[in-house]
Design a protein around this ligand. Sequence first.
Ligand code: NAD
Length: 340
Amino acid sequence: MRVRVAVNGYGTIGKRVADAVRKQPDMELVGVTKTRPSFEAEAAIARGYKLYLSGKAERRAFDDAGLTVSGTLSDLIKEVDVVVDAAPDKVGQENAAIYRPAGVKSIFQGGEKANVAEASFNALANYAVGRGKQSLRVVSCNTTGLARAAAVVDRAWGVEAWEATIVRRAADPAESNRGPINGILPTLKLPSHHGPDVQSVLSDLPITTTAVVVPTTLMHVHVNHVRLRHPPADIGEVVRRFRATPRFRVFRAWEGIEGTPQVMEFARDRGLGFNDVMENVLWEQGMSLQGSDLRFFQAIHQESIVVPENIDAIRSMFDLAPNAEASILATDRALGLTAE
Ligand code: NAD
């Protein structure tokens, strides 16, 4: 079976998900939507994607720009089994009212409230939840990073308590209208919303989070302090466990990755589409174990980390793989994400 997929909202996340869908042998990208003509709309056509009009998009604007449109969102929905909604925050909630009556399955992003869908999803944390569902929400970039790490650590050694401070990027690289460009803004809601969001995929995880926004566009960084129930003998075991898990990259000291600028340089050298880093990035020398206290940093490339999760969400909903491991392996292989 090849699942027919539409992407509604061809922006930062949507264009990456579209490329990722196209690379999966068990999926077919039928089309993507745009609200207005732009370089991204032109790029979609250049990639061979059929362009449809989303929401309030006007056909004339596309005609004037000389961009060929294949129809409207309603036309596209009739041709597909599932819509991946990657519209801006809160717009997915409005779009849900279109998908539901059309009887088409839908996947939403982390900018929506959890109740937009029947369940929240992360492949390592709760892959099986998608089975039989009409709608899923792939949790946000920060929540995905935390949920992945928590799934690994909790299964291996048990989590008694997890405290994470999230150092958040202020904007995505193309967002020239956001800030701050100077200053550090603490999120004055304690604890932050990320902890409960992680619990939307790992309900029993005792996690508390705080956040600060800093003037960078590259990545988020998480500072994690975990009290383990059954700690391993040494930190080497933790390093080996992360290295053995897909979607984690643990840099070694000699690789010279001091922080997010070098991670992005590594990404440019590696040359995956959009120079993405879809893995949680950890530093071997940035991990410590003192008794039952595990501490580690991780960096999260906000623009791409949820992309493989959207693919696994589709597989989970359509029962295309026997389990999480099989789906993750298939997704990562098709995306060119190799284990270390
Ligand atoms: P974006 O602004 O880059 O892209 C959204 C796209 O949707 C744009 O092309 C916009 O024109 C289009 N759009 C606007 N109104 C629409 C409508 N009514 N119907 C369909 N499309 C419409 O946003 P993004 O960063 O890709 O975010 C999309 C979702 O992914 C949000 O829920 C966001 O919270 C989530 N998310 C974003 C990031 C990130 O860092 N960018 C990370 C993880 C999750």
